[in-house]
Design a protein around this ligand. Sequence first.
Ligand SMILES: Cc1ncc(COP(=O)(O)O)c(C=O)c1O
Length: 464
Amino acid sequence: MKTVLTSTGAGLDRREEIRRWDRDHLWHPFTQMQEYLADDPLVVVAAEGHYLIDDRGRRLFDATSVLWCNLLGHRVPEIDAAVSEQLGRLAHSTLLGATHPAAAELARRLVEIAPPGLNHVFFSDNGATAVEAALKIAFQYRLLTQGKEAVEKAAYLSLDNAYHGDTLGAAAVGGVELFHDIFKPILLPTLKVPSPYCYRCPIGKTRTDCSVDCADDVEQALAREGGRVCAVILEPGVQAAAGMLLLPDGYLTRVAAACRKHGALLILDEVATGFGRTGTLFACQREGVTPDLMCVAKGLTGGYLPVSATLATDAVYNVFLGRYEEDRHFFHGHTYTGNALGCAAALATLRLLADGAVVAAVSTKEQVLRDGLAPLASHRHVGEIRQAGLMCGVELVADRHTKAWFPRGDRVAYRICLSLRDRGIFMRPLGDVLVLMPPLSSTEDELRHLAASMGTAVREHLGA
Ligand SMILES: Cc1ncc(COP(=O)(O)O)c(C=O)c1O
């Protein structure tokens, strides 16, 4: 077979072979395959620092941290070494009735850095399964504390526009119409309250006359449902997948108080916001709220491997204790739960965050990105720029006055993201929201370049 070497070392025949296998056999998530097959795909063959390298040798700045999980760049020497060392001892062993050092050490470390009182760690594999575990813990907690009758009508309360993952339980507490409505007939019925989407405030307030009245919806729903709500779940700080919607200050505190008053557990989903993204290690720390259950994933392993965790308080955990035949233990788990290689990657990541410098630098970088995007704020097709730390969304609209969206088929944000590849940037939008979520370790120059390139691409597509 004739082989032509490219700059990445991959032969041309091999390159074409990969594309053929991908085209013929690979079904991509959240991807319209008919369109994907018509396009030339991005084939990432390597990565270095904050850059993905494709099979043509193109280097693309990783502006959405792959899928919001990469924290400190790719091929970080300390994380690479930790995974290699772990590989020399143990790749995987079960946590069902046994343990291993990496999982035990990671559990201890997570408890040290989590909001106080979250003393117990249940491992899973990804964001959705960490949420599933939390939902089932909340249900079984209600069963164990209040008995069978109390759980017959048990329900979860969640927010419109929420995203907690794609498994059925996580989707049931989700509220992004586009992702979740199709599956409604097979989803557990849940109670929903309007989302604090301030740009399109569901109760008609403006930022100037807002006193976070939307939090009353949670309190009222809990009062109305007479204690059948076993848990309230939400993303603290930012409803990320809905387009980086920022929760107003004080919202979380009021929801936490309402949960306490009505005896519902509070589950905080820090899958997207955790590990420094918003400028504090966890977003809930901004308001000093400690939930009963907290889900973490994505950045936990630095974006290397699929490990997630559901943290619980003593009060929750202790209820599950009893003699074997009482059947109080948590009936849930996965084969690869607490995978040793993933735990090693997580421990190395947390060591790199330990002195607080990376997270402390987020506020300066946040400002650099904010300043860089500022000229876009008055663009006639930019509805709003929302940013918390290094999580940022630029909502594009067809008309600033009516806030009308572009027709769905126009795929404006998608086309802008595609064109950014020619400027050396990899980004993936959410509908008409351009999402910027670069690694925490991005340099100020990289952030300036990202913001400037985005501005240029928006103006090229939508006029000056
Ligand atoms: C807040 C939140 N929860 C859960 C998930 C699901 O995580 P995963 O894709 O790892 O299942 C996501 C993914 O984007 C998320 O943003």
